[in-house]
Write a protein that binds this ligand. Structure first.
Ligand code: IPM
Ligand code: MG
Length: 374
């Protein structure tokens, strides 16, 4: 197998701690598959701003463009909240998404059996939960112009623009419809077509694509307010949820919490596949933020970062076998009652960040030894 280069962008807060554990898992997977993984590390977010005055330094961007895959920790924290929008840590994340055209954000929300009790919802509502949020990531009100705050007469006026072109809708809808084919063949597209014209167009374009090319997929449409309600009422009704950037941001935090903790939700952000090389730019990151309040204390949950590494194995490196082992190792560790503080339950054993990484690595070794024997 050819050598693969992975760029690590630990970022701020708990980012470095969780990325360190995910790196150990990637290194394990590389050697297990006989693949040659090399790693480098670069600055992003507040850490990059402190060093260089820029949350996405040119050097980081160049490394990102050259890497086979990127693993990011988290960005932001109270230290940088007073900065101008243009240099805030979050801008580093938004800029790398935009620069690499990472338009397809996959956020799977799965409930591990052992954690069915850790959710704020009743266990029967979330046991067996397996939904995939497909969020458009490079358009919408996040990037729309005009934007900003102006003085008009005696008043300050704040303005942002929700905007989508038909091709942006079609390309993200295609990702959702394709992924649904490998799952339960159902896509629910989320909009606010009763109020917002841009999202009415979204609805029409998604339907058009489905009718033209995906008659095997069941497509439904739902207003975003109803979707938020349905996610907490009966989340298992969903298979793939297709959303724009803004609605997806909100709904994915909601979906994350269904699984017991924000510390459990991974994500992949994918760009277009280059037809010549068959490669696509890809960045993997836990959905949880930088959690500055618990940073540096070895108590953060590294599982979302490790699951994100698993998604990298699956989507960037076609290492489905190792990705499945990572998922199983995590399930085994949780089933053995090992927990980080955020998912701690009575009678379980509380582990720190590093010790959780140890436990998952140990479970991986056990699993692969069993396979060799079998
Ligand atoms: C996310 C985050 C980001 C977003 C922030 C940090 C810019 O909330 O990835 O969901 O809003 O997209
Ligand atoms: Mg968010």
């Amino acid at each position: 197998m050819t050598a693969r280069h992975i760029l690590l962008l630990p970022g701020d807060g708990i980012g470095p701690e969780v990325v360190a554990q995910a790196k150990r898992i990637l290194a394990w997977a590389g050697s297990h598959a006989g693949a040659e993984f090399t790693f480098s590390e670069a600055l992003i977010g507040g850490a990059a701003y402190d060093e260089t005055g820029n949350p996405l330094p040119a050097k980081t961007l160049a490394l990102a463009k050259a890497a086979d895959a990127i693993l990011l920790g988290a960005v932001g924290g109270p230290k940088w909240e007073g900065l101008d929008y243009g240099v805030r840590p979050e801008r580093g994340l938004l800029a790398i998404r935009k620069e690499l055209d990472l338009f397809a954000n996959l956020r799977p929300a799965m409930c591990f059996e052992a954690l069915a009790d850790a959710s704020s919802l009743k266990p029967e509502v979330i046991a067996g939960l397996d939904i995939l949020i497909v969020r458009e990531l490079t358009g919408d009100i996040y990037f729309g112009e005009p934007r900003g705050v102006t003085i008009e007469g005696n008043h300050r006026v704040g303005r942002n623009t929700m905007i989508y072109a038909d091709w942006e809708v079609t390309r993200i809808a295609r990702v959702a419809l394709d992924l649904a084919r490998a799952r339960n063949s159902a896509v629910c597209s989320v909009d606010k077509a009763n109020v917002l014209e841009a999202t009415e167009m979204w609805r029409e374009e998604v339907q058009k694509l489905r009718d033209a090319e995906y008659s095997d997929i069941t497509l439904s449409h739902m207003y975003v307010d109803n979707a938020a309600m349905q996610l907490v009422r009966n989340p298992k009704q969903f298979d793939v949820m297709l959303t724009g950037n803004m609605f997806g941001d909100i709904l994915s935090d909601c979906a994350a919490m269904l699984t017991g903790s924000l510390g459990m939700l991974p994500s992949a952000s994918l760009g277009e596949t280059d037809p010549k090389t068959n490669q696509r730019p890809a960045l993997y990151e836990p959905v949880h933020g930088s959690a500055p309040d618990i940073a540096g204390q070895d108590i953060a949950n590294p599982i979302a970062a490790i699951l994100s590494a698993g998604m990298m194995l699956r989507y960037s490196f076609n290492m489905d076998r190792e990705a499945a082992l990572v998922d199983r190792a995590i399930a085994d560790v949780l089933a053995a009652g090992k927990r980080t503080a955020d998912i701690m339950q009575p009678g379980s054993t509380q582990l720190g960040t590093q010790a959780m990484g140890d436990a998952i690595l140990e479970a991986l070794t056990t699993l692969s030894n069993q396979q060799k024997v079998a």
